[in-house]
Design a protein. Structure first.
Length: 457
C-alpha cells in the first residue's frame, strides 16, 4: 500500500519521467539525469506537527523508534516496516560550543556542532545506508556495491554484514584513510583498489553494477538521500523545532547538501516549518568543482531548468586539463560530485552560498574542534573553517544561530591529526602553511625532575 503513494521522478524539469518505487535505477531511464523519491503526501499518514515525533524517544524497545532515522519514518516511508534495516543509527547529538564559536567569530550560545561521528560506522553515511539497504531488501538485492573515499565503504560493509548481503567496494589507489579502509576490510567487504581516484572508481562501479546486477549504494541512489534528510530533522528537534539561521556542511559528493535541501522543501510544503534556514556548502580548495560551477560560471537550478551541459562541459574540461582533486580532507576529495544538480536545487531552496577553504584552514579548524571537546575527521572541519570565512566576509552575522555539520569521527583519519600536531605528514599528504594550534609531544628524559619541569611548563 505504501508503494502506491511513492514513486521516483527525474529531477530535470524538461523530462520529469517517473518510475515505480520498487524499481532499481541510478539514473532516469529516459534522459539519464538524477532521480528523486517523491511522495503523494495526501495518501500518507504525516503528523500535523514535528513535535509528534519526539515521543518516540521514550520507546527504546522498538527497533524503528530507537533509530534516529526511522523515528521519522512518515517523512521517508517508501517501504513497509518489515523491509526496514537498522543498526540504531542516528543516535547523534547537537551541542553548542562556546570555544569553537569564539574561533568562528560568533557569539556564545549561537554556534552548534551536529556530531555525526556517533553513528555505528563513525560517520553520517549510516543515515543513508539504513534507507538504501531497506530499499535493497525490498527489491530482493543480494549484492551491493559502492565507490568510496572511505566512509561510504565502511558504512556499506557494516550494513551488508548485518543484512546478510555481499559487499563490494571500489577504492582509489592510495586515496583512502587507513581508519576507513580498516573498517571495510574488517566487515568483510570484497575490496577492489582501482588505479585511479574516486571519480575513476565511480565510473567503474556504475559499469560493474550494470553488467553484474549489483545494487549501487552511492548517493546517485535516491533512497540513500532519503535517510540523510533526517540529520536535519534531528537538528530541528534539538533546537525545539526552530530552524537555525544557517546550516554549514562540507561539500564532497554533495549528497548531504542535496538531502538537506530536499528535507526543508518538503517540510515547508507540508507546513511543518515556517521558514527555511540558509545553507552554506564548503569545499576544499583542492576539490573546488562546485565553487567553480556556482561562483565562477554562475550555474543555477532555475526551477529545474538548469544547464546540465554546463556540468558535463566541466567534467570534459577536467579530462582535457588532467585536473585531479587533492586535499588532506580525503572524504571530500571528489572532482565530479554526482549530486551537483541536486545541490543546485538545495542552494535555491535554502538561498545558499558556496565557499572553498584551504587544507591549512581545515586542519586549524579541526584542531579547534578537538581542543574544545569534539574530535572530527578533516572533512568535517571544513564546515567550521567555512563558517569562520563567511563570518569574516560578513555573510553570516555574528549573532546568527549557526549549525556546523561534523560528518565523521576523529579516528577515521588519525594520520592527518598526528601529522598536523607533529608536522610529520604521510608522504603525499603534506600540508603547507602554519599549524597555528599544533600540540607537539614533548620529549623528556626518563627522570622525575625533568618530567615535573615539563609538566609545569
Amino acid at each position: 500500500m505504501i508503494q502506491n503513494a511513492v514513486y521516483q521522478k527525474c529531477i530535470h524539469a524538461a523530462c520529469g519521467a517517473t518510475v515505480a518505487a520498487d524499481e532499481v535505477h541510478v539514473a532516469c531511464p529516459t534522459c539519464g539525469d538524477l532521480l528523486d523519491v517523491v511522495y503523494d503526501w495526501s495518501k500518507m499518514n504525516v503528523p500535523r506537527r514535528l513535535g509528534d515525533f519526539q515521543a518516540r524517544w521514550a520507546n527504546r524497545t522498538s527497533r524503528l523508534d530507537f533509530s534516529g532515522v526511522w523515528r521519522f519514518r512518515e517523512l521517508l516511508n517508501f517501504c513497509d516496516d518489515a523491509h526496514k534495516v537498522t543498526l540504531g543509527e542516528g543516535q547523534t547529538l547537537l551541542q553548542p560550543n562556546a570555544g569553537v564559536a569564539r574561533y568562528v567569530g560568533v557569539g556564545p550560545g549561537t554556534l552548534h556542532l551536529q556530531y555525526e561521528g556517533l553513528n555505528p560506522s563513525g560517520s553520517f553515511k549510516d543515515n543513508g545506508m539504513t534507507a538504501a539497504f531497506s530499499h535493497a531488501r525490498m527489491v530482493g538485492a543480494r549484492r551491493v556495491a559502492c565507490a568510496s573515499t572511505g566512509n561510504t565503504s565502511a558504512s556499506l560493509a557494516l550494513y551488508a554484514a548485518h543484512a546478510g548481503m555481499q559487499s563490494i567496494v571500489f577504492i582509489g589507489s592510495g586515496r583512502i584513510a587507513f581508519g576507513k579502509l580498516a573498517q571495510a576490510l574488517d566487515y568483510g567487504a570484497r575490496t577492489l583498489q582501482i588505479a585511479g581516484d574516486f571519480d575513476a572508481c565511480m565510473r567503474r562501479v556504475k559499469e560493474a553494477a550494470a553488467r553484474l546486477g549489483l545494487y549501487l549504494m552511492n548517493s546517485v541512489n535516491p533512497f540513500r538521500l532519503e535517510g540523510q534528510k533526517t540529520i536535519m530533522l534531528r537538528v530541528l528537534e534539538a533546537l525545539a523545532w526552530q530552524a537555525p539561521d544557517w546550516i554549514v556542511v562540507p561539500g564532497g559528493n554533495l549528497g548531504n547538501s542535496s538531502a538537506f535541501g530536499k528535507a526543508f522543501a518538503e517540510l515547508k510544503q507540508l507546513g511543518l516549518i515556517d521558514r527555511v534556514p540558509r545553507l552554506a556548502v564548503i569545499n576544499a580548495a583542492g576539490a573546488d568543482t562546485l565553487d567553480r560551477l556556482v561562483n565562477q560560471k554562475k550555474l543555477r537550478w532555475n526551477g529545474g531548468h538548469y544547464d546540465r551541459q554546463a556540468i558535463l562541459d566541466d567534467w570534459k574540461w577536467q579530462d582535457q586539463t588532467r585536473r585531479l582533486p587533492h586535499t588532506i580532507a580525503s572524504a571530500i576529495e571528489i572532482a565530479r560530485p554526482v549530486n551537483a544538480a541536486k545541490c543546485l536545487r538545495a542552494l535555491e531552496v535554502c538561498d545558499g552560498v558556496v565557499r572553498t577553504v584551504s587544507d591549512a584552514e581545515i586542519l586549524d579548524a579541526k584542531a579547534q574542534v578537538g581542543r574544545h571537546g569534539l574530535g572530527c575527521e578533516p572533512a568535517s572541519a571544513a564546515s567550521v573553517a567555512g563558517a569562520r570565512k563567511l563570518v569574516e566576509e560578513g555573510i553570516i552575522d555574528r549573532d546568527a544561530r549557526v549549525v556546523c555539520i561534523l560528518t565523521g569521527h576523529a579516528l577515521k583519519d588519525p594520520d592527518a591529526t598526528v601529522g598536523y600536531h607533529t608536522g610529520k605528514f604521510a608522504p603525499g599528504k603534506e600540508v603547507a602553511g602554519e599549524r597555528h594550534f599544533a600540540n607537539m609531544p614533548i620529549p623528556v628524559e626518563d627522570d622525575i625532575e625533568a618530567i615535573c619541569r615539563a609538566i609545569e611548563g
